[in-house]
Design a protein around this ligand. Sequence first.
Ligand code: KMH
Ligand code: ZN
Length: 309
Amino acid sequence: MPALCSAVDADRWHYVGMTNNPSRITRAVVPAAGTLITVAPTGAETAKSDCPQLPTTLAELVETAVTCQAAGASLIHIHIRDADHQPSLDAGLLRETVQAVREQTSLVIQLSTGGNVHDPLEKRLTVLDAEPDSCSLTCGTTNFGDDVFLNPFPFMAQLYRQAQEREIVPEFELFDLGHVAALRRLIDAYGLPFGGKVHVDFITGVPGGMPGTPAALLAGIQALPPEVTSWAATGIGRTHLPIAAAALASGGHLRVGMEDNLNFAKGQPVQRNDELVSRAADLARLMQRPPLNTDEARVLLSIKDRRTV
Ligand code: KMH
Ligand code: ZN
């Protein structure tokens, strides 16, 4: 069976960072058994009025990024909000956000191209103009509660081609088993992403997508194409913790954060994103898969170094 993730090689240290443009990629040796922890701190669906502790201003987001890196995160998945705390794809604000997080942390910066369920496809493509390190790329349309999260194949292809041209590393978001098949189709049609790595994230437990169960996650893992070099998983709401445990036990990486889960435990709302990151980091250490630092994450994903200092 082909290696589906770095942890399959758990006992070996191996060179990663091979790329179609090696001079612009961090090269190092990383312990393959570590855990990439992504924080998704805000999302586009929760209202600030319903959750005042949600980081929606730039200052709150930067502070969140700093504390989450200290707690063990190495990648941040960002959705921004406007001055009224509404989801936004404003080009200037996106640039400002990328710049500020890049100045204050060494986190891999991933901008959401999923936006809010009501964002038009054309506008979602413009996110790449802010020159993030990475972008999300959802591999198919999904029922999303009472709404529809639209991702037709031509849109996926356009986003993928633009990310390749701009040397931005996509993270393929898989909400359903059919999305794994669409990823296969995308790679067959357009080749590998910039940097040559294929990193996917199973987003489980969305009402309308794959359930947040270990059985569903394992079905997804078993269907992954051999080109996939690493995978992560997250569970929405109360599936957050069981999916994290199942992912770690299966050799995967983790995504946590208030985009996905607003309760630390029953009756205990999350107050800060770093609480979720700390718990994930503890779990990873317990499983002998300690959090990757940001340099190791950059190597794992073959991220182009856009930092100026
Ligand atoms: N807000 C969801 C509709 C992504 O960031 O790429 C989509 C989402 C996925 O959050
Ligand atoms: Zn998102």
